[in-house]
Design a protein around this ligand. Structure first.
Ligand code: PRX
Length: 649
């Protein structure tokens, strides 16, 4: 272990990790160079691990100015065939594809082989067809973390329908907004979900959403068996509609650039963005990143703790692992129920080899003490992963020393919904680690740091993180709004993809993500647009104005801090605080619940009326000494009142 002021602490890769790896340090250097210098042949080679119905005639075909991105043009394929059928055809049907660990530790574990997965996906695909779904239709999936959620995605992909998975924690309003945005006529849901011992009223939320936006059909799984209302002609029980469907269903051949899925994520403006991924590039990217980043070895158990409602679940519970013929664990529960040892107990129970989770979970579990970890046998673990937000070195240390017993590598993987898969990480058999740094660019990735004016920063530097070349898994557009796609990602620094993240590169060429530089905050590894929370707050009849910023939070990474001004005559107080928290939960969902509500008679504004967020951020962070220039404010006294209010909290 060495220490350097500029390049951070270096934790050497254990010798055992370097042997038998898919990619050594020198492999990485050669492959990375080739992935840029001879990009087409590099990606054509990776693409050979995919079964194509028709081989691509061109590998990369893209421009960032104007923005048009295509990969594997001329190729046709079906990702469900690649994730499921081909493994069965190759004689691996008996291999376990999914292990389901239920919320309740005493509940029933399910082990689903590739052959069973194929049969179940075929049944579901034919049921969707029977309901009326056809190629190109958008299908909303609002499911609990049960295998049927993954099967629903695969069934859509099989018949060429475009899935739009909505995280089970989102509200009816959020569901309705997403259904309208992508004009989705179909919903797949379940009666109810469970998490941490509590029920989640999925079907009821769908019903409320569909009161606003009528739909053609809803396919409902019986999960907990709770009573639900079924709307005649619209709602179908899966177990009824699936009776008598045929037991074969050919995989629809899709053009490489045919849409595979839409996934909504937050941006700087109020309206969520429907990030669109297409079939061929995403398949190659998730297959390749999974293979190299997790160095997956046959028969290992891989566990990614994300929900399938997030991109991490799409790429590393469903597509990446299954494309590799891996065994993926799907967990319905939460890390701290019934007790704080649930993760460690599951690792022991299922002999998990690769464990991939988020810093927020690590921090929360670290706080509960080591006994929860040490009372379980974690010796099956070979590799640990982190994703979603920067991991603070203290949490990294604990993860490494207490969970990994100091003996196994950690991959800290930086990526985004828009990138489809991992972009910056160390590779587990190739690179030493640095706590807090994601590491090196993955194959084909060309990161660039620029200053506020767009000047390129070379060598050791800190700036805004851009990517200068396309990669196969890149989002192609925002559904139905290509202008917004161009505007959001390619207009700040024309000709480059701007990630929205700040970043430092050290003298070893390691990248250190410093967090978002736009009005997006990262709450427990989930992206939240401050504008979304503001829009929700101002919908409340008593609220006049709201400004929302992030502030440091021990567990969540960032918490949600809301400054609120009320309409004349309205009284601030505990009751209204509770009411507004509840209001935002209802509008967006529990993940958007404000941590702090700060009532103020006025917000700091420039003379032209623009809210000075920089100042609000500093006050929320308790950084009163560095408020910067406040002379341009219309009324500088507002700041004093806000500081006093913050100190009093
Ligand atoms: O700010 C970065 C942070 O999460 C953002 C992407 O969020 P989302 O699209 O929801 O995808 C999350 C899972 C891929 C990024 O812009 N982020 C993600 N991973 C890391 C990270 N920040 C630092 N280190 C990471 N490993």
């Amino acid at each position: 272990m060495s220490d350097s002021k500029h390049s951070g602490e270096r934790v050497e890769l254990p010798a055992a990790a370097r042997s038998g790896t898919v990619c050594t340090a020198s492999d990485y250097d050669g492959m990375y160079a080739r992935s840029l210098d001879d990009s087409d042949s590099f990606w054509a080679e990776q693409a050979q691990r995919i079964d194509w119905v028709a081989e691509p005639t061109k590998v990369a075909d893209w421009s960032f100015d104007p923005v048009a991105i295509s990969w594997f043009t001329g190729g046709t394929l079906n990702i469900c065939h690649n994730a499921v059928d081909r493994h069965v055809a190759a004689g691996n049907g008996a291999r376990t594809a999914l292990i389901f660990e239920p919320d309740d530790p005493d509940g029933t574990v399910r082990k689903i082989s590739y052959a069973k997965l194929q049969r179940d996906v075929i049944t579901m695909a034919n049921t969707l067809k029977k309901m009326g779904v056809s190629k190109g239709d958008r299908v909303t999936i609002y499911m609990p973390m049960v295998p049927e959620g993954a099967m629903a995605m695969l069934a859509c992909a099989r018949i060429g329908a475009v899935h739009s998975v909505i995280f089970g924690g989102f509200s009816p309003e959020a569901i309705a907004g997403r259904i309208v945005d992508c004009r989705s006529d179909w919903v797949i849901t379940a009666d109810e979900g469970r998490r941490g011992g509590k029920p989640i009223a999925l079907k009821k939320n769908v019903d409320e959403a569909l009161d606003k936006v009528p739909n053609r059909g809803v396919l409902v799984f019986r999960n907990t068996g709770c009573p639900v209302t079924m709307v005649e002609g619209r709602d179908h029980w899966f177990h009824e509609l699936s009776q008598d469907v045929p037991d074969d269903c050919p995989c629809e051949p899709m053009a490489a650039e045919d849409p595979l899925f839409i996934l909504y994520t937050s941006g700087s403006t109020g309206k969520p963005k429907g990030v669109l991924h297409t079939t061929g590039g995403y398949a190659v990217w998730t297959e390749t990143t999974f293979r190299f980043v997790f160095d997956y070895r046959e028969n290992e158990v891989f566990w990614c703790t994300a929900d399938i409602g997030w991109v991490t679940g799409h790429s590393y519970i469903v597509y990446g692992p299954l494309l590799n013929g891996a065994t993926a664990l799907m967990f319905e529960g939460v890390p701290n129920w019934p007790d704080h040892d649930r993760f460690w107990q599951v690792i022991d129970k299922h002999q998990v080899n690769i464990f991939y989770t988020a810093p927020t979970a690590i921090r929360a579990l670290m706080r509960e003490g080591n006994d929860h970890v040490t009372r379980h046998d974690l010796s099956s673990l070979r590799l640990l992963g982190s994703v979603g937000e920067p991991i603070n070195p203290e949490a990294w240390r604990w993860y490494h020393d207490t969970v990994g017993k100091g003996a196994i590598p950690i991959v800290d993987t930086w990526w985004q919904t828009e990138t489809g898969g991992v972009m910056i990480t160390t590779l587990p058999g190739a690179h030493d680690m640095k706590p807090g740094s994601a590491g090196k660019p993955f194959f084909g990735i060309c990161p660039q740091l620029v200053d506020g004016e767009g000047a390129v920063l070379e060598g050791e530097a800190e700036g805004n993180l851009c990517i200068t070349r396309s990669w196969p898994g890149q989002a192609r557009t925002l559904y139905g709004d290509h202008d917004r796609f161009v505007q959001t990602y390619f207009s700040t620094y024309p000709g480059k993809y701007f990630t929205g993240d700040g970043c430092r590169r050290d003298d070893d060429g390691y990248y250190w993500i410093t967090g978002r530089v736009d009005d997006v905050i990262n709450v427990s590894g989930h992206r939240m647009g401050t504008a979304e929370v503001e829009s929700a707050l101002v919908l409340h009849p008593k609220v006049s104005e709201a400004a929302v910023v992030g502030f440091p939070h021990d567990i969540k990474g960032q918490g949600i801090y809301c400054y609120v001004t009320l309409n004349a005559g309205e009284e601030a107080g505990d009751a209204l605080t509770a009411e507004l928290r509840q209001w935002v939960r209802k509008e967006i969902g529990p993940i958007a619940t404000p941590d702090e509500l700060h009532f103020t008679p006025a917000l700091p504004k420039t003379r032209s009326g623009k809210i000075m967020r920089r100042i609000l951020r500093k006050i929320a962070e308790n950084e009163f000494a560095s408020l910067g220039d406040i002379s341009t404010l219309a009324d500088p006294a507002v700041v004093e009142a806000l500081v006093a209010g913050r100190k009093a909290r």
